[in-house]
Design a protein around this ligand. Structure first.
Ligand code: NAP
Length: 282
């Protein structure tokens, strides 16, 4: 049976680090604060918002929420972001996406100052990831994947890594981060031929396809580490990932479960970025 790489084990250490750093800032009179900007009432946004607020609270980070109607104008939304940019008591901003289609997402996102872009969504933050330079913050989900690998002492250096998915939120930055750690990286997508053959060659696999159970036994072999980024709600209300966990568990060496894997670490990474941003301001 595969070893389960558990978000709660990674978070136990990460959350301690965050709490300590937040406490040290408080002693200097600074309360690390996350501004949360939500447009509309999408259920998954609301659920992530609740989770982030709860995690922030337990770690000593304050939240300031702004909820705007789904038909908000682009100018109004940009004005709110500019307000948060100016507000010295807000150290990081979480802006939910996708935005409603009448809004120019690229223009809106890039209004945010990179130093407050704790979710890694601006072009400047992404450029930092691709150039290997510190600019803004890297996206939280691939950062969570790297933290999980670090925590369990799984070093991509010299190993074959496959990332399934090439989104700017997960797949592409994950590939860049693995490359930075000297992995030999292949990025797969919907046009990849013989996906199971490609995945089987990898020592480390990150699956971020956004399709429930799209990867299973046919793609795995002994000795692999599998990080499953996907999150889906099944008909029975339970969560599952992009990987058919039951099949993979009996084959691979280590795997993240869903729920309880990458997702829970992602939230802590977001909060750690807020504390880091507050520290830089201090
Ligand atoms: P996305 O924007 O839909 O991108 C999916 C990527 O997977 C695309 O590049 C697509 O290829 C590729 N793909 C789709 N089906 C495939 C298949 N059958 N074979 C090979 N490649 C395939 O999704 P995303 O935003 O990256 O998110 C991916 C998953 O992660 C989703 O389930 C999402 O809910 C989850 N997620 C989790 C967290 C977390 O914290 N755990 C955070 C963010 C997202 P093409 O480019 O060719 O279309």
């Amino acid at each position: 049976m595969a070893r389960q790489l558990l978000g709660k084990e990674v978070n136990a250490k990460l959350n301690e680090e965050i709490k300590e750093a937040a406490q040290a800032l408080k002693e200097k009179g600074i309360v690390p604060t996350l501004g949360i900007l939500r447009v509309g009432e999408r259920e998954d946004d609301l659920s992530y918002e609740r989770g982030a607020m709860k995690r922030a609270e337990t770690l000593g980070v304050a939240c300031r929420n702004v909820a705007l109607p789904a038909d908000v104008s682009e100018e109004e939304l940009i004005a709110r972001i500019e307000e948060m940019n100016r507000d010295e008591t807000i150290h990081g901003v979480l802006l939910f996406r996708p935005l409603p289609p009448h809004l120019n997402e690229e223009r809106v996102i890039n209004t945010l100052l990179p130093e407050k872009d704790v979710d890694g969504i601006t072009d400047a933050s992404l450029a930092g990831v691709f150039a290997g330079k510190e600019c803004g913050y890297p996206p939280c989900t691939p950062s969570a994947c790297m933290r999980i690998l670090d925590h369990y002492g799984i070093d991509p250096c010299g190993r074959r890594c496959v990332v399934v998915g090439r989104s700017l939120v997960v797949g592409k930055p994950a590939a860049m981060m693995l490359l930075k750690k000297n992995g030999t990286v292949t990025v797969c997508h919907t046009r990849t031929k013989d996906l199971p053959v490609v995945i089987k060659e990898a020592d480390i696999v990150i699956v971020a396809a956004g399709k429930a159970g799209v990867v299973g036994a046919e793609s795995f072999r002994e000795g692999q580490t599998v990080l499953d980024v996907g999150i889906h709600v099944k008909e029975d209300g339970k969560l599952c990932g992009d990987v058919r966990f039951d099949e993979a568990e009996g084959i691979v060496e280590a795997i993240t479960p869903v729920p309880g894997g990458v997702g829970s670490v992602t939230t802590s990474i977001l909060i750690s970025h807020v504390v880091d941003a507050a520290g830089k301001r201090a």
